[in-house]
Write a protein that binds this ligand. Sequence first.
Ligand code: SF4
Length: 348
Amino acid sequence: MKNLLGSSIKDLENVALDYGQAAFRGRQIYNWIYNYRNKNKNIDQIEVLPLDFRKRLKDDGFKLSELSFQEKNLANDGTLKLLLTTEDNESIECVGIPTEKRLTACLSSQVGCPMDCKFCATGKEGLKRSLKASEILDQILFIENEMNRKVTNIVFMGMGEPLLNIDDVLLSIRSINEDFHISQRKITVSTVAVPKMIKKLSTNSFRILGNCQFTLAISLHASNQIIREMIIPSAKHYQIENIIEDCKQFVRDTGRRVSFEYLMLSGINDKLEHANELINLLKGFQCHVNLIQYNQIDGVEFKRASLKNLKFFQSKLLNNGIAVSFRKSRGLDKNAACGQLRQNARNK
Ligand code: SF4
C-alpha cells in the first residue's frame, strides 16, 4: 500500500509522469488532497483525473488515507476526541480543540507509549509501535473532516513520545508546513524528555526541514528529580538539571524559546516549596511555563490541584520574572485525558 498523503507537489508530479500522464495531473492530486473541503478522501473522488488513471492508481495500491473511524466524543465546549483504527487494527486518539479563531489538532505519534507516566492512561498500556508520517497526517484529515474547518495549529501531545519517533514526526512536520500550509511556528512538539534526543531533534530538524522553527515543550511536571521520578519513572535516566541544560542548548541552536509544561497535582507538586524550587531551576532562562489543570482518570491516585493553589503558584512565578500561563483543560466532560477514550474502548 502506498499512501499519497504526505507527498510533496514534486512527488505527485513524478507519480503522474510515471503513469504517462502530464505533470499537471500530479498537481491536481496535490490540490485535491490538501483541500480540507474534500471529505472522506479516496482516489475515486478526484473526478478531475481521467477514470483510467484513477483505476490504475487504485489497482497499484495507492491510497489517500489509511486510518478508519472508530468512535468520537464531543465535549460541551466543542472539543472533539476521535478514536481511529490503523490498518493493523490498533487504536489511536487525536483531538480537535476549537476556539473562534483557531482549530488546534492534538496528534498522536505512537500507538501506546513506553514512557509510563503515572498520571496518563496511555502510559498504562505500553508501546505497540511508532506511527508513520502518513498516519500522523491522516489524523489532521479526520479532524478537518469531522469539524468541517481547516486545522490552524498542531500540538504533538497525544499518545506517544515524539522524540522516540523523531524522523516520522519531522517528515509529518514538513508536510504540515509545506502542504497543509501551517507555519512551523504554529506547531508544538511536546516531550517528557529522553536523554540525548533534544539535541537530536534540532540536528535532524535542520537535516530534514532545513530549519527548526517549531516550539519545543518539555513536560517537566516537577520541581526536583525525586518528584519527577515518582510521577515519570523513565525520568530516572535523565536528571532534571541536565534537561534544563539541554534546553538551553536547544535555544542557542535554534533561536526558539522552550516552554515547560507543569501539571498541577494536589499535594504532590503544588506547594510554595515547589514554586521556589522551580524558580531556582529556571532562574536566568528565558522560557515559558504552562501550568495545567489535571484531568483525573480511573485507577490513578493523583488529584487535580485546587484553583487557589494554582493561582498562588502562578503569581509566585510571575513575581520572580518567569513568564507563566495557565492552561485550563479542555473537554472535561468525558474521556478527556490522553489515552482515556482508547482505554475505555478496550474495556468494553
Ligand atoms: S504523558 Fe505522554 S509521554 Fe507520558 S506516558 Fe502519556 S503519552 Fe507517554
